[in-house]
Design a binder for this molecule. Sequence first.
Ligand code: AQP
Length: 329
Amino acid sequence: MRIFSGIQPTGDKHLGNFIGGFRQYAQTQELGEGYFCIVDLHSITVEHDPRDLHDRTLDLFAMLIATGLDPERSTVFAQSHVTAHAEACWLLSAVTSYGQLGRMTQFKDKADRREFVSAGLFTYPVLMAGDILLYQTHRVPIGEDQRQHLELARDIAERFNARFGKTFVVPEGIYPDVGARIMDLQEPMRKMSTTGGTEQGTVKLLDEPDTIRRKFRSAVTDSGREIRRGDDKPGVSNLIDILAVATGRTPGEIEVAYDGSGYGDLKRDVGDAVVALLEPVRGRYLELRADEPELLRLLALGADKARAASTPTLEAMYERMGFVRLGQP
Ligand code: AQP
């Protein structure tokens, strides 16, 4: 089975990315042949600082290894090192509906928040579809926020297959049982996010332990005193989910364990559990990040493996669409 997922080297990575992304990558690499991509081409769809993109790409690569990916076993690489991704995006744009792209909620949210809306922000889901389809992917571990983009990738694969002959596996998403949508601690009606969240409500993977504890202590809770999940309790539900992920217990077990306790106890314990979860990651990350030549060696290894795996699919796309191919020189 082939597994693919991508993550952007934009902003500071946070607890939502850890639960919907990093943690799932390390788990799913055990299921088969894993491809994990730093989607740097996606990061230029909003205004970016070139120096920042460069450094954050290396930061993210170190973080992917620190959170459990094995670059010798899985293929861990940067999207811009494999030109097939940009080519596949253009070819697939021929079978992508303009109307469907305009209905993507992430596009609408991000476009609403800025004056300059790039064409890349609009076509981003086509690039993402190419990322996934190039590897004949069966499963895509992602958070709930990416569900709509994955549905679009499935539609694109089906449309291409119907029009030009079976070329792609139609991929399925894998979403975390608990924590598929981690919410901002200060505004629990919106997802924890690099660009759309609050500073105090976003727990960053590299925050100091005291900062993490403080952010949880000041988390917004709900009216009432009971520690239970429910639509009327978005803040407490979010804390229960986070504690469940950090301790390996179910949300139901946590509700029982905290019956009669106050919100203060819950917030303290979630903070401590998240510190315990992230502290070893932070240590490993700092060690890996200090050895840049080794990171570059591993990135080159990933790029070679990704090129070899994606070339046959790209060739099939060109041939089936009717392009003249020149064969091997
Ligand atoms: N709040 C979240 N809860 C659960 N999973 C999440 N993911 C992101 N936010 C949450 C998952 O993290 C993976 C990598 O995402 P990304 O960094 O490539 O892009 P994103 O989804 O756009 O993340 P951000 O930080 O929320 O960025 P912006 O600021 O662009 O909105 C994905 O699998 C995603 O589902």
